[in-house]
Design a protein around this ligand. Sequence first.
Ligand code: ZN
Ligand code: ZN
Length: 311
Amino acid sequence: MVTPRTNSPDNSYTREHPERFSTAGPAGPLGYAADTQADLLLDLDLQDPSDARNASRGSERAHRPLVRERASTGVLRQGSGGKRTQECICVGICMTLMVVNFFFIIFHVRIDNLSTILVAAFCGIVTADFGSGLVHWAADTWGSVELPILGKNFLRPFREHHIDPTSITRHDFIETNGDNFMVTIPFLARMVWDFLTLSEDDVQKKFTWNCYVFLLALFVAMTNQIHKWSHTYFGLPGWVVWLQECHVILPRRHHRIHHVAPHETYFCITTGWLNWPLEKLRFWSILEAVIEQTTGCKPRADDMKWAQKGT
Ligand SMILES: [Zn+2]
Ligand SMILES: [Zn+2]
């Protein structure tokens, strides 16, 4: 649902460079302290002039080959023909359904219900943020990139995103958003069906729910795009920067906290509103402890394995 897409042809990149998984404990595999390592990882972005200034020359040297190799693995390739066609169709259908639903909502909205509708819309956005965190946390924390199907197609893009955060910025709109747009189609289609077939009374009975689903679907669909913007330092439209600065969508500096090894907090990547409260509640670490106790599986065990191989 919140996949930082990648196009690398196989697992060789991560296999050949396990030392570059930034999960080897407090000092990290490159021997930098955690905060320096944050700059290092952010230096991979190489797009923020202030970070580039702050990062040491050594760290740039340490990572530039990684960026070059990344490019040579084929990250700039477009998706395969069939996948690309499917993504184009999904983006087209989803955007059409969004527009149609938007006009239905405007047509049926009643001003006296506005406060309820606003609460529902807010809850929809918060749910999308939580969903992005849950999926991201699961993919970062559990399972191996070598698992059949799931490992290569779902887990690996998340893990590689920690090594090369800029790859997401090289994906075009279709490639970035195709999968998330696809997920929302059944819900948006159901909503259009409701608006077309229900009586006005029944439309009003479901109206608050549909506003909740609409905002949920909109923000789920936009999650990868918002995440991509949080890694983009040049050429962002002014309104996107404004939304980031007002923290309506994931701000760039806020998301950096997640990019500090071992990537165990601030998983929410839609608005990021839940990151601070979930951190204060120690939500992710408690959830991990419960899962470890009940299943015996260690969180980030796969990343730890890579780190150990690299030493
Ligand atoms: Zn992550
Ligand atoms: Zn990121």
